[in-house]
Design a protein around this ligand. Structure first.
Ligand code: G6P
Length: 369
């Protein structure tokens, strides 16, 4: 087993470090030779049908659902089609309004999650077109969907998903760009800007992993906390949800993610002296708003760790600690912002002596309802 870990203490850490390679592989062969466009030959939906697509549903469980939340934001803004995201166990029982002009995207690392597979079958039964995003070739989800877009993360062993998530995000950008181009909602310049940004992500993730020491120290310092809160707005909120899931599932610290603007409606009551609040501030357009939310929790003496994009250094005036992600296109920040959160969860779990790769009560693939 040790050999398979390539010298890393745990599969989770190994898989975190495999992300640059996994992202590169997921992009490989899907970008035009001039590096300015996306080419997704595996999506065989006729252009005519793509133009008629009036609604998209994304359905998934766990971390894949969190990738779907980013997907909603990205696909809506690039391709201008309304997107709903549902947890698969909800979707399958809620009689969703689907027809032949609906595209249903199911996301599943394993391709075998019972609820996700049932959601896929329900979508097909109602006449929707189904696109699967999965990491396992020939999995049930891949076999039953109309089209398949594989993430090339490679086998993921740790229960807590890391490289599958970042490659699912990449898949969301690819789908968003593909739809946008077919539907004429994005010009060539904007497309090229995002595609260039995508190609640069692997090196940026590598740079972040090389500078991971601060997070380890921080994790050791705060590993005895019992509660932690993750806040953010827009894409940062979606990433906050994934960061919170990572922390709770492997360290057993109670963690909650909140839309930063919603704090006042309840969560603020739980903010007391010393409670760690991880605040994501990568979105320029929402920066001032997020900073004022950080001030709200600081006024209650919370301990704030901010994850901000380079260029937004103002955040250092209000937060106790800041971790910066390299500059990237606004839409692409989730791929970078999640990395420190994965490392934070990992190091906290290690510091608490938890079984990182095999957390209690959880399974890698949930094939029964
Ligand atoms: C389990 C795993 C998670 C995963 C979820 C969905 O809960 O522990 O890591 O995100 O299932 O799995 P899937 O294979 O469908 O992506």
């Amino acid at each position: 087993k040790q050999a398979e870990k390539n010298g890393y203490d745990h599969f989770m850490l190994k898989e975190i470090h495999e992300q640059p390679r996994a992202i590169k592989d997921t992009l490989s062969g899907r970008i035009s030779p001039d590096g300015r466009e996306v080419v997704l030959n595996e999506i065989t939906i006729p252009d005519e049908q793509l133009l008629k697509t009036s609604k998209i549903f994304i359905t998934a469980c766990g971390t894949a659902y969190h990738a779907g939340l980013v997907g909603k934001n990205v696909i809506e803004s690039l391709a201008r089609v309304p997107v709903e995201v549902d947890i698969a166990s909800e979707f399958r029982y809620r009689d969703p309004l689907l027809d032949k002009n609906t595209l249903v995207i199911v996301i599943s690392q394993s391709g075998e999650t019972a609820d996700t597979l049932a959601a896929l079958r329900e979508a097909k039964r109602k006449g929707a077109r189904v696109l699967a995003v999965t990491n396992v070739v020939d999995s049930s989800v891949a076999r039953e969907a109309d089209d398949v877009l594989y993430t090339w993360a490679g086998p993921e062993i740790a229960v807590a998903s890391t490289k599958a998530y970042t490659t699912q995000l990449v898949a969301m950008y690819l789908v968003g760009l593909h739809l946008a181009r077919r539907r004429g909602t994005l010009d060539a310049g904007e497309t090229a800007e995002i595609v260039t940004g995508l190609r640069k992500l692997p090196d940026k993730v590598t740079a972040m992993l090389d500078n991971g020491k601060d997070i380890e120290e921080f994790a050791r310092k705060y590993c005895r906390c019992e509660n932690a809160f993750f806040i953010g707005r827009g894409l940062d909120y979606a990433v906050a949800m994934e960061g919170s899931l990572k922390l709770k599932e492997i360290s057993y610290i109670h963690a909650e993610a909140y839309a930063a603007g919603e704090l006042k409606h309840g969560t603020l009551a739980l903010i007391i002296e010393g409670v760690p609040v991880i605040a994501l501030a990568t979105q320029q357009a929402l920066f001032e708003k997020t900073v004022s939310n950080i001030k709200e929790v600081k006024a209650r003496d919370a301990m704030v760790l901010a994850v901000a994009m380079r260029g937004l250094e103002e955040v250092a005036k209000v937060a106790d600690h800041v971790m910066y992600i390299p500059r990237t296109h606004q839409a692409l920040t989730p791929v970078l912002a999640v990395v420190p959160l994965q490392l934070l969860a990992y190091h906290m779990a290690v510091a608490r002596g938890c079984d990182v790769d095999q957390p209690r009560n959880l399974a890698k693939s949930v094939t029964v309802e």
